[in-house]
Ligand binder design. Sequence first.
Ligand code: DGY
Length: 322
Amino acid sequence: MARPRIIVTRKLPEEVEVELKRHFTVALNTTDTPFPKEKLVKAMMRADGVLATFGDAIDAEVLQAGGARKAQIVANFGVGTNHIDLGAAEELGVVVTNTPGVLNDATADLAMALILNATRRVWMHENRLRNDEWHGFDLVSGLGRSLRGKTLGIIGMGRIGTALAVRAHFGFGMDVIYYNRSKVFAAAVPEAKSVPGIEALLEASDVVSLHVPGDAENRHLINAERLALMKPGAYLVNTARGDVVDEAALIAALQSGALAGAGLDVFEAEPQVPEALKAMDNVTLLPHIGSATLETRVAMGMRAVENLRAYFEDRPVPHQVA
Ligand code: DGY
């Protein structure tokens, strides 16, 4: 039987490309820029499977180009699948897979980095130094806040939320509280306390970190009313999806001084980042790099290859989401 043909929408780590080529006839993308919609449609029409990632808008129209007609699997490189219409995929019989598990540490590390950046005002201080605005040791200006004994509120206590709880509690002495849609027990941090609702969490936390999926239910989960519940001088960190936070409301809360700062790795309309955020020195802004370590990206890619192989070898597909 001819080897299945896979079209890849983005440049992959070298090792992953080599592994893909061992099993499939592959059309690689030599650049790290997303496919425009027409190219995604063509890929679905021409390939047996498409290896795609965040930023590739795989809507019903794109999926229809595959389905019964051609590509029957979209192997997503990433855990979040909010850029793929899963309902349409199910209707059309297109299998969708993702790559969970292997990016927990990298994303939790980055969330912790954002917490430290926000509370110690790292970006502001570095910027001051680079702009030759540092004139010697400062005793009381530009002070940050310590983490020990402060409360970290985690919304979404899945794998990444739990990995962050471990770091924050055991590494930095923070008390951890969490809210999760379904009931969970964070066995890795038995001291962490579940709270009954998002409101209670916001009212009690010095730092809030978001770890929920970017689905319709979570759009603007953190809106103006909820931001108003946060402690004066609290910090918000988002490494989940941009639209979980109402960005305009967040900007207003930061501008008014209600919040002390924020650390954001994701934005509502990536890659656009509001100028108002860029102008603030109490906000750290990163270009969606939660899982961006070489080790993690290789592991994610291998997981995507594993999903494709299982599908075409007629074995149970390990990480099927639709
Ligand atoms: C993920 O895996 O969901 C990351 O955000 C990259 O898409």
